[in-house]
Write a protein that binds this ligand. Structure first.
Ligand SMILES: [Zn+2]
Ligand SMILES: [Zn+2]
Length: 217
C-alpha cells in the first residue's frame, strides 16, 4: 500500500496541484494535523474537497491550530482519526490529537485525563492480527521528529504509547522544522514537515514493513 503523508497544511494549498498525481496514485492520504490555520468548518470542508479531487481516501487528525468545528467536520465526513479506529484494507488506522477531549469518557474531565483516556482506549483497539498505522499531531518525545530549536518538546505519553503498542508506522507533525524519521523499537516514526512549505512523505508499506521518502515540492 502506498501512502502520501502530509502535515501542517495551515490552510495553504498552493503546493497541492504539484503532488496531485502522486496523491492520485496512492492508496491513502494521511494528514497529521494543523490542517487549517485557526479555521472552522468552511475552511475544513473546502480543503477536504480539494484533496478529494485527487484521492477519495483521506484520513486526518486535527492539530492545535484547528478549532473544534474542524474536528466536527472531520467526524461528519468520516475522515476523523482522533481517538478512533478505522480499518482500511489490511491495516488499522488509529489517531490522536492531544488538544481534543476523549470522545469515550464522560465530560468534564481535565486535559491530563483526556490524554490517558484516549491512549488507553487506543491501546484497547489494537488488533492482534493486523498491522497498525498511528497518526498524531504531536510527535513522541526525545526523538529525531520532535526537535523544537535546540530542545526536544514531544509528548512523553505518546512515546510510551508507541513503545508499548509498537505500530508499524507513527506519523506526526507540529514541529515544522523537525522533518525527519526515527525508530522506536519496531515502529518507524516519520514527520513529513509542513505542507505549507511544500514538504510531504511518500510511504510504501507491506504487511509490517515500511519504507519512505521525505520529499518537497
Ligand atoms: Zn503547525
Ligand atoms: Zn501544531
Amino acid at each position: 500500500m502506498e501512502i502520501i503523508a502530509i502535515s501542517d497544511v495551515h490552510g495553504d494549498l498552493d503546493f497541492l496541484p504539484a503532488i496531485g498525481e502522486s496523491m492520485a496514485k496512492a492508496d491513502l492520504v494521511l494528514i497529521s494535523g494543523d490542517i487549517t490555520n485557526f479555521g472552522g468548518r468552511r475552511e475544513m470542508r473546502d480543503i477536504l474537497a480539494e484533496m478529494h479531487r485527487f484521492n477519495p481516501h483521506v484520513f486526518a487528525v486535527p492539530g492545535n491550530c484547528d478549532g473544534l468545528a474542524v474536528n466536527q467536520y472531520l467526524v461528519e465526513s468520516k475522515t476523523d482519526l482522533h481517538c478512533r479506529r478505522v480499518d482500511f484494507r489490511d491495516w488499522t488506522l488509529l489517531g490522536f490529537c492531544s488538544w481534543l477531549a476523549c470522545p469515550h469518557v464522560p465530560q468534564p474531565v481535565n486535559a491530563h485525563d483526556w490524554v490517558s483516556s484516549c491512549l488507553d482506549w487506543l491501546t484497547s483497539q489494537f488488533p492482534s492480527d493486523r498491522p497498525v498505522i498511528f497518526v498524531s499531531h504531536m510527535p513522541p518525545a526525545n526523538t529525531a521528529v520532535d526537535r523544537n530549536g535546540d530542545c526536544h518538546s514531544g509528548s512523553r505519553e505518546i512515546r510510551e504509547f508507541i513503545e508499548r503498542t509498537q505500530p508499524v508506522l507513527a506519523l506526526s507533525g507540529h514541529f515544522h522544522d523537525s522533518v525527519g524519521w526515527d525508530r522506536l523499537g519496531k515502529t518507524t516514526l516519520v514527520n513529513p514537515g509542513a505542507f505549507r512549505h511544500g514538504r510531504y512523505a511518500s510511504i510504501l508499506i507491506h504487511s509490517d514493513l515500511c519504507s519512505f521518502e521525505l520529499l518537497s515540492v
